[in-house]
Design a protein around this ligand. Structure first.
Ligand SMILES: [Zn+2]
Length: 377
């Protein structure tokens, strides 16, 4: 690591799909520690100052296999996995069908088991964060360790509430197993809400708002102390949550619609509402949601990422914008091709005149504050 990088803060990140990748690769956790193809593992985390983040449990639909295997439209692979296929077209990607409840519970259980194994095999190199004392410890570590991480901290997150029964009867079971962050939807419909379809150019305004069960789930998460994530939620659902929840609004990974008109990005009003509620939005690094032309092209310059960050900071304020990489789940710009490259992003912001306090807030402080607000009453 260069001496300049060692002066930069470490990152806490809003979203990755690394557990899914390990699960698809026969649930062997060892490559996470020794190094693996893909965007995130312990060696890359150490090299890039990736100190922790939201690790997603995601239940793929068998027909969504193409989504798990992103290639850019020049044919080079941006993610790990099986042999490259033709990229799906964003304009006409079919809306994914719902996942059945039994499949969702089974896969979520398997991935939770895998996360537990990751922690036990890691022997202190991976820390599962569950309560205020974990947040206290993380804050001390992040403040004292500019960039040189002592461990990778994990917040267990569901991307899509499919594993939760519509009567919420197993929500406490998942909480007791360590669930501390819940994304209501992925880009499909479930018992609680509707996710946005993949569309470009478009807005997040598709379909109707939360169901009655969805509103009950929002209240139950507020009460239990589970952070609610509105990533991929349609616009009417977003505003329903803002009226139903008493907690700050959080979107773990998204872009600014005014820069890239993808259905999965946020309107100016949504970004302002996140700031007004003392919430946080994580800027995602998926090329298709970054680029003005919406193309799956990894030849995407750092300036475009910074444009999303600064647009959001302009609307919501510097306390309300963070990183939501989507490592191992999306097509990264070549300049930020994996977790080891994260110092490039901080150096880019520094070159734009960002001061140390703002960099630290963006890199980790805002996420730790959002988690505290969600977990503590
Ligand atoms: Zn996502």
């Amino acid at each position: 690591m260069s001496s300049q990088a060692s002066l930069l803060p470490a990152f806490f990140d809003g979203h990755n799909d690394t557990l899914l990748r390990l699960h698809l690769a026969d649930s062997d956790v060892e490559p996470f520690f020794s190094g693996r193809r893909g965007h995130l593992d312990l060696p890359k985390a150490r090299a890039g100052g990736f100190g922790g983040g939201f690790f997603a449990v995601f239940v793929p639909n068998p027909s969504d296999e193409d989504l798990l295997d992103l290639v850019d439209d020049k044919g080079s692979k941006g993610a790990v996995g099986k042999p490259a296929k033709l990229p799906w077209s964003r304009d006409n990607a079919p809306y994914s069908p719902p996942v059945d409840a039994e499949t969702a519970v089974r896969i979520a259980t398997e991935v939770m088991d895998l996360a537990e194994r990751l922690v036990s095999v890691g022997k202190g190199r991976i820390v599962w964060m569950k309560d205020s004392s974990d947040l206290d410890q993380a804050e001390r570590a992040f403040r004292s360790m500019p960039h040189d991480i002592d461990a990778v901290r994990l917040v267990l997150h569901f991307e899509g509430a499919e594993p939760i029964r519509s009567d919420l009867s197993n929500l406490e079971h998942w909480y007791s197993r360590g669930l501390r962050s819940l994304g209501l939807v992925w880009s499909r419909r479930n018992d609680f809400a509707a996710g946005v379809p993949f569309r470009y150019p478009s807005t997040p305004d598709h379909f109707d708002g939360l169901t009655a069960a969805g509103k009950d789930l929002v209240r139950a998460c507020d009460e239990l102390g589970i952070l609610l994530d509105l990533a991929h939620l349609n616009e009417r659902g977003f505003w329903d949550v803002s009226r139903t929840s008493t907690k700050p609004l959080v979107v773990t990974h998204a872009g600014a619609l005014s820069v890239c008109p993808s259905s999965r990005n946020l309107t100016d009003d949504q970004i302002r509402a996140i700031g007004d509620s003392d919430g946080v939005v994580g800027v995602n690094l998926h090329c298709g949601d970054l680029r003005t032309d919406g193309r799956l092209n990894s030849d995407t310059p750092l300036e475009v990422v910074i444009q999303h960050i600064e647009t959001m900071v302009g609307l919501a304020g510097p306390r309300h914008v963070a990183l939501g990489s989507d490592f191992d789940g999306a097509l990264m710009p070549r300049c930020l091709s994996d977790a080891s490259k994260l110092p490039t992003l901080l150096s880019g912001l520094k070159d734009r005149g960002w001061k140390d306090d703002a960099l630290a807030a963006f890199a980790y402080g805002n996420w730790l504050r959002a988690l505290r607000a969600a977990w503590e009453g």
